[in-house]
Structures are given as structure tokens and as C-alpha cells.
Design a protein around this ligand. Sequence first.
Ligand code: 13P
Ligand code: SF4
Length: 305
Amino acid sequence: MDVKKLQTEIRKKLTEKKGILLAHNYQLPEIHDVADLTGDSLELSIKAASTEAEVIVFCGVRFMAETAAIVCPNKVVILPVLSAGCPMADMITAEQLRAKKTELPGTPVVTYVNSTAEVKAESDICCTSANAIQVVNSLVQADTVFMTPDKNLAKYTQRHSSKKILHWDGYCPIHNNLTAEEVIACKQKYPKAVFMAHPECPPEVLELADEIKSTSGMLAFARESDRTEFIVGTEQGLIYPMQRDNPGKKFYSPSEKLICPDMKKTTLAVLLQALEEMTNIITVPEHIRVKALTAVKRMLAIPKG
Ligand code: 13P
Ligand code: SF4
């Protein structure tokens, strides 16, 4: 089946099953074009929490579908490719976090949504790249907080908070691989371009950034800015919706390595198959879900920054 036919079939099945298709900003172009909503992790969590649909098809990685299952226990949540995971989320286990909490009694745990449901269940509050600073600064009673799993997001947040931020040493293998040398070379090639970076990038890359934003934050900035050239310091999937929204502007990737293989696993064919067969359903054990929900709900109560 060609792309158009697959997209038509997917839309038909979604109507039949009272489903909604959510897709992360890094998904393939043909997935963007068939989705009801694309967005960053925060926008997708909010949408999952508020949708009337009976079925949520989540084109993204496992932690995103798990978050939907955490906030919507009565809906069917489908992750079209079960092996689509996030290596950073797997860098800390619930057991490791429990041991850390024993070392740091009384220190609130702020967990990036790029984490397993079990790890969220051990946390006080979740955050995303769009709201990490607001979340940490909302913990008014605490002088020290512990952030997990991303060391780079923690170091970035530290620059915007008077609290002492301790952190786990996890990282996104894709963003952490971007080097200052690659960014400098790209800036030299495109001297008029604004350099936007994701907070998962290492500190020496963020030092070079004109703007540090979540994926949807970058999309909004590119749309609203008077500038016409942008270096996109995040996974290359974001360039498709950016270019589509801003046909007159130019977008450059600073590195050919900025591709998350897990985000590219979801194709139209596998998505249609999962929807037809209602397979690859993500569930979270109730005792974990209830605890993780508390941490996610606390985050959702914080306004987006
Ligand atoms: P955003 O929440 O900024 O979309 O980031 C999610 C992610 O996986 C970044 O690598
Ligand atoms: Fe995880 Fe990085 Fe892929 Fe995002 S880009 S899903 S953080 S590995």
C-alpha cells in the first residue's frame, strides 16, 4: 500500500475505534501528517490526560505511552512498536532510585518523564524539558533536590535555580553526542543562523546556544522569530514540521548523528497493523500506576514555562 492509502486506512480505523493518534515531534514525516496531535512530551501528556477518545495510539517511545496509560487507566493505549524505547529512561531502575533515596533522606526527587513507570512511582514529581525549571523552583520547602535520569537537564536547570541540584548520571545518547566542535563548524557555515539547543545537550553545547528549548518550544520560536535561518540542536525529526510550518525559513542540523533510532521505528504499516489487531497495548500495574500518577499530576499542575 502506498503512503496515502495507508494514511486513509489509519484514519478510517481511528474513527471506527474512537481512537486518537498522538505523535512526538521526532516521528517520521508520514506519521506527523496522519496524527491528530503532534507535540513535545508535556503537550502529549496533557492531551492524553484530557482526551475523550477510547483508544490512544502513541507514536513515540515506551515512556510516552506509559505516561498515557498512567493518566488514562480506562483507555486502551497502543504503542505501535513495542521495542521503541528510550535508552536514557533505562539508565536508572526503581531499585537504584530507592537506594539513592536512602542516601538522601528528605530530598525531593524530580524525575524527567523520560523514565520508566516504576521510576516515576518512586518520585515526588515529574518534569519535562519544557517545565523542569518551573517544577524545581515550585518545591519551595526544599533547598536541595535530586533530578533523574538526565544529568544534562539537571545541570541546565541548576543554572536557573538557587536550589542545590544533585543528579543521576544518565543522558540521552543522541543529544549527549553533539559536540561543541560540530556546533561551531555549523555556526561558521551559517553565520546568520540562530542556534537552538535542547536541554539534553551537554553543557559545552548549551553554552553556545542562543535559545534553549523543548522540541515544541523550538517550533514556537522558529514560527515567531523574525530571523530566517536556524541551527536545530536536537533530533533531526523536528526539522520536518519546522520546515512545513515555515516554508520561507531555513533549518540546518549541526550533526548527522542527531537521529534517535527508536523514534524512527514507527512506520505507517506497523501502526495500521497494531490498530487493526488492537495489539501492543501498554499497561502499568495498578500499584505502580497510582504512585506514578501522583508524580505526573503534580507536574501537570505546574504551568508551562
Ligand atoms: P521534548 O519533551 O522536548 O519533546 O523531548 C523529548 C525527548 O525525547 C527529547 O529527546
Ligand atoms: Fe530517549 Fe534521546 Fe531518543 Fe529522546 S532522543 S527518546 S531522550 S534516546
